[in-house]
Structure formats: structure tokens, C-alpha cells
Design a protein around this ligand. Sequence first.
Ligand code: SAM
Length: 422
Amino acid sequence: LDLPINEKLVEICKNLPICTEWPQVVIENCKHEAIFYVLKVNAVDTSKALSAVDPSILVKTQFPMMPNVLTAKILHIFEIDFNLDEKERLVVLSQPFQKDNFVSTQINAVVPFQYLTRFQQQQLVLKNPPLQFETCGHIAHYNLFTPEQFALRNYIGMTTLDQNIKTVILKTQPISNQFRTFEFVLIAGVEKYETTVQQNGFKLKLNLQTCYFNSRLQNEHEQVVEMIKNDPERGFVFDATAGVGPFGIPLALSKINVLMNDLNVESYNYQLENIKLNNCQKYAKCLNQDSFQLIKEVVQNPNQFFDMKCTHIILNLPELSVDFLSSLQNIKCDQRFFIETFTRQKLHFVEDLLVRATAAKKGWDFVFDELKMENQIVEGFGCDVFDIKDLDKDEIRKFQRFYKEFEVQIVRDVGTTKWMVR
Ligand SMILES: C[S@@+](CC[C@H](N)C(=O)[O-])C[C@H]1O[C@@H](n2cnc3c(N)ncnc32)[C@H](O)[C@@H]1O
């Protein structure tokens, strides 16, 4: 349902302060005047009238839905005051209707703002309302792309508040620091950035201002945990860039020993808190160190952490993950690595990742440059020069033999030409 822009509301909303609830002036101007069409029918003719009407234009009936119109789309639920006598029924339609003796009458109805959906409320002031936002506990988080959306950000924020969403923020800068936190401003609700996220069977407490967390990685977290759970030769897991514990906590809850580490002391403090919150102290330990050094310690001297081998290492700091491998130059590793990284080379991301991983392990100064990559492939694997774009499956397999097992998965699309892979 396309709603026309309400110019008066647009002007009010451009100067709107950050709100925790709807101001009266907005409520009054947000009422939407809509045109509907009604069929007043005699009770006995109801069924006949309803079967004649195209269900897609049915808005509401004044009686329980009949089975033959169960597929009807309900566009609005709202109150219209009609004096119907006991034998009359009212059918509200979004378009005029005429068939047999049934002829609709136009009515002008006022739809109060609370009957509009969030998107419809935004349609009253924006030509292009934002299509999505992310949530982290009680916090909703927007990326806004157009000047129009930016000018009306506080209204967008206010329409987003509901029973679960109490704080709405707008990301102002791309993530660029090493702790992967982002700059944002409040656009609606309360200024409270500590929150608790309910994941599949466990809880994570965190502060979005000081720690990294991304709800969109939930699938990725679950997949890696599942793969580790299903590995019969499991020792302990080292999560080298653990954040607030989205891999570590579910692993520990599955009775798998896990060493979590994060350089950010805030994330480390939440790891400690989340271990208690989820009651998994027996299986989880955490540290606040630099994994560039710690990874070597864990590989060479695992028994200082748990009385067993370290069999799995998770590196999910995409900008630096493969670089951590440079700390393992000339060190024999037989762990299974889960390395997340970004690539712009969708078609041949396998070799991109292989070369980057190998280059990092061999200590090459890696520059993403195709010519250099060819040389690195030749130097690294001693094979002939070829155009890497033409790599076929057999050639990829040639590289893979340097790794016991090598799997590449796309984790998520980061942009139209950028992917996160593991
Ligand atoms: C992309 S976040 C991932 C966090 C967590 N694994 C998750 O999925 O939510 C990467 C984490 O690496 C941490 N980090 C950055 N440099 C580090 C280093 N040298 N050693 C250990 N942790 C580091 C950051 O503080 C951040 O929490």
C-alpha cells in the first residue's frame, strides 16, 4: 500500500528531537486519511458477496472471515463507525467494486497512526524508507544511505521503537579500528548500550559502544560450533579473537574445553561475565592478550592451558586473520584452522585464500596484486605460471594437497563485490 507523503509531517519531523515516545504533534499529524469502499450487504447475501469479491481488495469484514476468503490480505485493521442493524454486514474494500447487485460506496476514513505499520509510518515522510535494520538485544541499528533518510533520522528512530526495541542508533562511520567497534549516534529511545542478546540456547551480555558484536553472524557461529562438536578427534579449542564469546560460550555449554582470548579488555570482561551468566565455568577459560604472540604459545605449549592438545583454532578477525599465521612460520601445526577473511575475488576466492594463507605462513609481505600472486604461487608451490583466472578444479586441488583438508565457504556478502569467506 503506497501512502502519499504528508508534507506537514515532513516539516515537523525534520526538526524532531530524539524521542523516547511519540510527541503529540506527530501523533496528530500522522493520522492517515484513506479512501475505502464499503459494501453493505444483507446477512443472507454475505457469502455470495464475499465469493464475488477479489480477496486481494478485501480489507476487513464486520464478522468472522468466511473460509473462502481466508487468503484475503488484511491491509488495515481500523475502526469505522457504522450503524448496522442486526441483519446487515459490512465489507470494507481497498478498491471500488461492482458485480450483480453488489455496488460499493466510497468512504473517507481516518486511520490513526497506531494502525499503520512501521513501514507505512515511514512512508508518510520518506520517498524511500530504509528497508532494514539490525538488532542487538534491545538496540536497533541503522545504516542510512540517502540525504532524505538522514534528515528524517529521528523520525525513523521513533517509528522503530516498540516493546522490544528501546534504543535506536545510526552508524556514522565504517568499522575501522582493531577492536571492530563502530561510531554511532542515538536517534531514538534511551541511551543504554549495554544489552543482553539471546542466541540459540545461551545469552551474551555486551556493550555495543565498546565491544564487537554482529547478530548477522549467528549462522556462522552455529556452523563452526557444529563442525567442532562433530569432530571425534577433538582436544581443546582456541578462539584467538573471541569477542564477547559467541563461539566460546556455546562450545563450553557443549562440554568442549575452550580458551577464549581478546585484546580488547572490555570484551574480555564480558567473556568473564558471560561464562558466569551461562554457568559454563568448568569448560571455559579466557585471556586478554595479543593473539599474534599467544597463538604460538598455544600451538607450542598447549598443556599450560588445558591438559590436552589444542585441535581447533578460530581466527575471525577478517582483516588480520591470515596475518596471524605469520607468527607460526616454521612451526609445525596440525590444528584445524577456521580462518575468516574478506575477498573481492568471488570467482577464484579459493586460490585467493590459499595464497594469502600460504604467503602469511611463509612470511611474505602480502600485497593483493594478481601479478605478485602468480609469482607467489610459483614460488610457493613450484608450479608453472598460469593465469589464475583460468584455474580449474584440478589445479585448485594441486594447492589443496598442501593442506590436509581445505574447505572454503562464503560466510556473507559484505558489499556487492566483497565477501566474507571462511
Ligand atoms: C570481528 S571481531 C569477532 C569477535 C567474535 N569472534 C565474534 O564473532 O563476535 C574480532 C575481534 O578480534 C579482537 N582483536 C583484534 N586484534 C586482536 C589481537 N591482536 N589479538 C586478539 N584479539 C584481537 C577484537 O577486539 C574483536 O573483538
